[in-house]
Structures are given as C-alpha cells and as structure tokens.
Design a protein around this ligand. Structure first.
Ligand SMILES: NC(=O)c1ccc[n+]([C@@H]2O[C@H](COP(=O)([O-])OP(=O)(O)OC[C@H]3O[C@@H](n4cnc5c(N)ncnc54)[C@H](OP(=O)(O)O)[C@@H]3O)[C@@H](O)[C@H]2O)c1
Length: 512
C-alpha cells in the first residue's frame, strides 16, 4: 500500500477495522434471523455488539501501529464477536427458555476462539496493544451478555449482573479518577477468576445442571470476579498516584488536566486544538501544541536533550541520570505520549538501557525505535524484553547480526552509505510503517545528525544549572568560522522546575 499522504496508513487501518466490524454485524444479523425465524429486534441486538465493540476500542487504534492493517488474530476476534452478537440477540427473547443448549453452544465457541486468537497473534508475530484491547473489550461484552442470559434463564439470581457489569463500572471509574488509569501488573489470579466465571456461565445454562447447583455456582463465580476487581482497584488506589499517572494529572481537576486530554486527542485522533483560558491549560497547550506538526511525505520530528550549562549530556563514562530535574522527566514522558515513535541511537540504548515507555503521565506508549546499524544491541536489554510497547530495530542493509533478538522485536534494514544511515532513509522506513510523528530522544550524535540533515522540526533542549567539566557533547554540528554564520533559530523559553527549556523552531532549516 502506498503511503502518499500523511494519514494514508492509519486511515487504512481505520477503514479496514470499520469494514470488518460491519461484516461481523451483517453476519450476526443474518444468523440471528436464521435462528429466530424473523427480523424483529433480534437483528438489532445482534448488530449492536460489533458496533459497541467498535466504539469501545477505536480510540486505541493508534496502538495498532506499526501494523497498518487488521491481522489474522484481529479477524478471529471479530469472528468471535459474531458469536457474542448471537448471544446478545437472544437477550429478552420470549422463547429463551427453549434455547439453553444454544446459549451454551455459542458461549463455548466463543471461549475456544478466545484461545485461538492469542495463538494466531503469537504465530504470525502480530501482537499489538490494539489487539489486546479488542480482545479485552469483547470479553467484557461476552460476560455482560452471558450474565444477563443466565439470569433470564432463571439459572442465577440478579447478583450475577454485578459481575457482568463490573468491567463497565471500572471504565466509568477510569474516566472519573485518573489514578485508576495506571497500568495494572500482570496477574494470574485475575485471569483465573475471569476464566472460572466465563466457564461457569457456559455450563450453568445446561439442562443437566440442577437449578440449585447453578445458583451456587453463579454466586461463587460472581463473588470471585468482584473480589478480583476489588483487589485491582485497591492496588490502583495505592499505586496509581506514583506510577503511570502524571504528577500534575492528579487529582481529577488538577491544573492542566483538560489541556493534556485535548493534546492527546489532537495527537492521536487528529482533532483540532481548541484554546483554553485557565493559565495552567494555556501553559501546557503553548508548550506542546507546536510539537504536533505534520508533513505529508515524512514524519514530523521533535528532538529532546537535557544538557549541563557547559553543553554535555553525559559523563565520558556514559552516566547521564539525572542531569535535568523531575519536571523535565515528566516533560519527556509527555513528549513520548504525543508521538507515534520514540527513537534513540545505539549508544543511548546500550548506556542507559531505557524502557522508553510512558510512565510519568497518562497516554499511549509510542513504538520504540533503536538506531543500531551495526547490531550492537544486547538481546536482553529492556526494549527487547519489555512487552509494554512495540520495538523496531533499524540496522544497516546487509547487517548479519541480530539473529538472537526476541521474535517480537522487528528488525528493519535501512540503506546506508559506508555505515552512515541518512535521517531521510530512517524517516522513510518509519513513514511506510504509518508513523506520523517521531521523538528523537538522544543521544547527541543522533540528534545532531537529524539537525544537520534538515530533518528535525523542533528541538526541546533542557539546560540544567550544573557543570560537568567534560563528557559527551549535546550537539555536534559543523564548525563555523564567522559569527554571522551561527544558527539562531526562533526559540521559546520556558522553565521546568529549576531547569530552562529552550524550544527551538527548526522549520527554517528543514527539508520538507
Ligand atoms: N541527557 C540526555 O538528554 C541524554 C539523552 C540520551 C542519551 N544520553 C546519554 O548520551 C550518551 C549517548 O549519546 P551519544 O551521542 O554518545 O550516542 P547516540 O546518539 O545515543 O548513539 C550514537 C550511535 O547511534 C548510531 N547512529 C546514530 N545516528 C546514526 C546515523 N545517522 N547513521 C548510522 N548510525 C547512527 C551509531 O551507532 P554505531 O556506533 O553502532 O555505528 C552511533 O555511534 C549516553 O551516555 C546516554 O546516557 C543523554
């Protein structure tokens, strides 16, 4: 597929998702008419499931990048949505009492397909944050529909609806309280409780289960699910403030909250930024709005470095944590949340072993890109092992190494000239993967090469009031002989705690 316009790849994924969802909705409608023998409200209920699913997950579509179309695993999940839609169609039907086996059959197929999509994603190496979200939200809909069905079949008390609606109550909580938006750690207990609940709901409608057993089973399963949610909420209450949530994203009405929400939306859904009047909102918009630029034929590039007063980003040994203060750390994570990809040079990946995820604010994780032309990256480094976000490693064409990187890491060969990879070639490789905005987060060599090539649009340079006396330089630009040849791009000056942020507009130097 050609990437002739900035949004082409992303739009493709969006349309592909919309078309597949509509197909699933039509299939569900057709099947429900077959089962019910008439059109009526069956078809409407069946169509609602894929459409609600689409509404729930469309915001996480950017996490599908760098994949630009729905993969086989997503198609299995959408096929599963047809079965959930069939179950939804039976809700409220007067003849529901005649269909317990049918309920159990569709529920069982859905469970089997749930295992299949994970296997397919791993087999084709196409796991993505979007796929996980699609799968999770469909599970939530399945649980809601199944719990309503067993209640309607009189095989459980109405309490089962508490478990069925728990995920939606959780989503409402996330909307209301920012501390609930932190990422939960992986938990086998959570998975076990959920699996037990769904398996119970599959067998409860079976006629060979007595009413008493069905009620006891559903009560036990409901209690387990509610306990599991309670444990998660308690964990988020205790940890959500420190991890994954912006310091100034708390409490709900904290200064700048509205502006940050709008910036994220503008960055990932392309909505226009509407000015806000609150001083904290205005300050945030002024700081980040210029970083949301775009180009039709290549990604928009923002650079960030934190340097000492004497122009160093690290000691000679490579130690650089920390030169700037905590406000600059939050600032960097905010920049990450606003871009599709964060890129660092091999030296930074080796010296710092960074995770390059968004933890100090709310927002999606960008794809991590490591520029490692000579294949020096350690396969056990954080960006290779951590599964929170996708990782792409750029190597020079013909580079033999990197056979031992984990399968989930995409290795992309880029053309080079005697080992030098032009920033143009790097951006072309990222653009064909649907990446519209890149943060080049160091080190000095990598940032300097982008500036020199006229491929950096803005540079956020944070200067900390400290002297290192020597070390690794921030910018390595060609030496000039005359002062009048010095670069003096337009610049906005801001403060980040005790540090000073210079936000350079390099558009005058760039090659569009
Ligand atoms: N204070 C901060 O803001 C900050 C931010 C990031 C990093 N750091 C620190 O900075 C240090 C690393 O920075 P650095 O400037 O030394 O190195 P770097 O920019 O992280 O990495 C440089 C390496 O990346 C590869 N590379 C970059 N651009 C290339 C191109 N156009 N073509 C081919 N290869 C390219 C080369 O790898 P090969 O050597 O394999 O050819 C090059 O040696 C670390 O100590 C880190 O802790 C500080």
């Amino acid at each position: 597929m050609s990437a002739s316009s900035l949004y082409a790849l992303r739009t493709h994924a969006r349309w592909s998702f919309a078309i597949t969802t509509s197909t699933a909705a039509c299939l569900a409608v057709g099947l429900s008419i077959l089962v019910a023998g008439s059109m009526g409200s069956f078809a409407l209920k069946a169509a609602a499931v894929p459409l609600v699913l689409w509404m729930l997950v469309r915001a996480s579509l950017p996490q599908h990048l760098p994949h630009t179309r729905l993969g086989p695993a997503n198609h299995v999940t959408l096929a599963r949505s047809v079965c959930v839609a069939m179950l939804a169609a039976m809700l409220g039907a007067p003849t529901i009492a005649d269909w317990p086996e049918l309920v159990a059959l569709f529920a069982a197929i859905t469970l089997v397909l749930d295992g299949v999509d994970g296997l397919v994603a791993r087999h084709f190496k196409v796991a993505s944050g979007f796929g996980a979200s699609l799968d999770g939200e469909l599970d939530a809909l399945l649980v809601l529909v199944l719990s309503a069905l067993v209640w309607q079949l009189d095989r459980s008390g109405a309490w089962v609806l508490l478990a069925g609606t728990a995920r939606f109550a959780f989503l409402a909580g996330m909307y209301r309280w920012p501390w609930m938006r932190a990422s939960l750690p992986e938990s086998n207990h959570r998975k076990l409780c959920f699996a037990f609940f769904v398996c119970s709901l599959v067998v409860i409608p079976m006629p060979w289960i007595s009413i008493e057993t069905a009620h006891v089973l559903s009560f036990f399963a409901t209690t387990l699910v509610l306990l599991s949610f309670a444990v998660d909420v308690a964990w988020l209450r205790a940890h959500g403030r420190g991890e994954g949530i912006a310091r100034d994203d708390l409490p709900p009405a904290a200064p700048g909250d509205r502006a940050w929400g709008r910036l994220l939306k503008a960055a990932h859904s392309g909505t226009a930024l509407v000015p806000l009047t609150e001083p904290a909102d205005r300050a945030l918009l002024e700081r980040f709005a210029p970083a949301l630029g775009s180009h039709p034929h290549r990604p928009f590039v923002v650079g960030h470095l934190a340097q000492s007063i004497d122009g160093h980003i690290a000691l000679e040994s490579g130690a650089s944590q920390w030169i700037s203060g905590p406000d600059d750390l939050v600032h960097t994570h905010r920049l990450r949340a606003l871009v599709d990809a964060v890129l660092v040079g091999a030296e930074t990946a080796i010296c710092d072993n960074p995770r390059l995820t968004v933890r100090e604010t709310s927002g999606p994780h960008p794809t991590r890109v490591i520029l490692d032309p000579n294949g020096r990256l350690d396969p056990a480094c954080a960006v290779c092992l951590d599964t929170t976000a996708d990782t792409v490693v750029l190597v020079k064409q013909g580079q033999e190494a990197h056979t031992c990187l984990p399968e989930r890491v995409q290795v992309v060969e880029v053309p080079h000239n005697d080992g030098f990879v032009s920033p143009q070639a790097i951006l072309a490789a990222l653009h064909t993967r649907g990446i519209r905005r890149v943060l080049v987060e160091g080190g000095g060599v990598t940032v300097s090469r982008f500036i020199e090539a006229g491929m950096m649009d803005r540079l956020h340079l944070t200067v900390a009031p400290m002297w290192l006396g020597g070390g690794r330089p921030a910018l390595h630009l060609p030496v000039i002989d005359r002062l009048q040849d010095a670069l003096r791009p337009p610049c906005r000056v801001d403060t980040l705690g005790g540090d000073v942020l210079f936000d350079f507009d390099l558009s005058g130097l760039t090659d569009q």
